[in-house]
Design a binder for this molecule. Structure first.
Ligand SMILES: Nc1ncnc2c1ncn2[C@@H]1O[C@H](COP(=O)(O)OP(=O)(O)O)[C@@H](O)[C@H]1O
Ligand SMILES: [Mg+2]
Length: 252
């Protein structure tokens, strides 16, 4: 469960995230949808305790991030927008390292690492240096690292950027399974189609504020007419600004 109360971040005078109130339920896949520069990454960095809010609160499973950061962070698995991996470690070595950070007993971690690598179709690469991995494989090893400590909340920042369709499908299935187990998924994206395909509920953020929230169906109703395409809806909701990515997406 993720809750934010009037979460706000200012960079100097500039308000990047503005009194954001989110309630993401257990068992839910929540899509955080918004154009570039809307404040998605800033929000995610506050949710995960990497960035201190200017004001407001973050609660993870009811635990206050500011008051109890270690306990709150232990609940979270994060897949950042630009993940860093260690190119000179093998997949196994990298995951052993992550397991040690989370203080997972080594017998248990060996079993978990094997299980996760198998699930992500990476077992055949486990003993090769990460620098030899494709972009998609690197992304999958980061996902493996985020799942290792069995988090109850998984947070992903634009996870499908640069993934091939097969890996994207794998991630989608993984998120579904994760939510089905009664866990929480929070995923940012600037691509409508991804939000529609993967998320139970969507919040649309623009200029740092939540401007609409609900299922895609509900959002369609809210702007009137189920007819307009999702692209129209998105443009309408964001005032037609910043259409570059959308147009690029439509052209692909
Ligand atoms: N460290 C920073 N200093 C100043 N402005 C920033 C900083 N990080 C982000 N911003 C600004 O805050 C806004 C939101 O950025 P970001 O959260 O990265 O958006 P998104 O992830 O939705 O594309 C943007 O206008 C961005 O330029
Ligand atoms: Mg971002």
């Amino acid at each position: 469960m993720i809750e934010t109360i009037n979460l706000t971040k200012k960079y100097g005078e500039f308000v990047a995230v503005n009194h954001l109130n989110l309630h993401v339920k257990t068992g839910e896949i929540y899509g955080f949808l918004g154009p570039n520069g809307a404040g998605k990454t800033t929000t995610i960095r506050m949710l995960t305790g990497l960035l201190r809010p200017t004001s407001g609160k973050v609660l993870i499973d009811g635990i206050d991030m500011a008051e109890n950061p270690i306990k709150a962070k232990a609940r979270i698995g994060l897949i950042p927008d630009t993940p860093s991996v260690y190119p000179k470690l093998t997949g196994n070595e990298f995951l052993d390292f992550v397991a040690a950070i989370y203080e997972i007993p080594s017998r248990e971690s060996r079993r978990k690492i094997k299980e996760i690598l198998e699930m992500l179709d990476l077992l055949h690469k486990a003993n090769e240096l990460i620098e030899t991995y494709s972009h998609g494989m690197k992304q999958k090893i980061v996902i493996a690292a985020a799942l290792l400590h069995d988090p109850s909340v998984l947070i992903l920042d634009e996870p499908t950027v640069g993934l091939d369709p097969k890996s994207a499908k794998l991630i989608k299935d993984l998120l579904k399974a994760f939510a089905y187990k009664g866990k929480t998924v929070f995923m940012s994206t600037h691509i409508l189609e991804i939000a529609e395909r993967m998320c139970d509920r969507v919040g649309i953020i623009d200029y740092g504020g939540l401007i609409a929230e609900g299922t895609i169906e509900e959002l369609r109703k809210k702007v009137g007419e189920g007819e307009g395409s999702l692209e129209d809806l998105f443009l309408k909701l964001t005032g037609g600004e910043d259409t570059k990515d959308l147009l690029k997406f439509l052209e692909e």
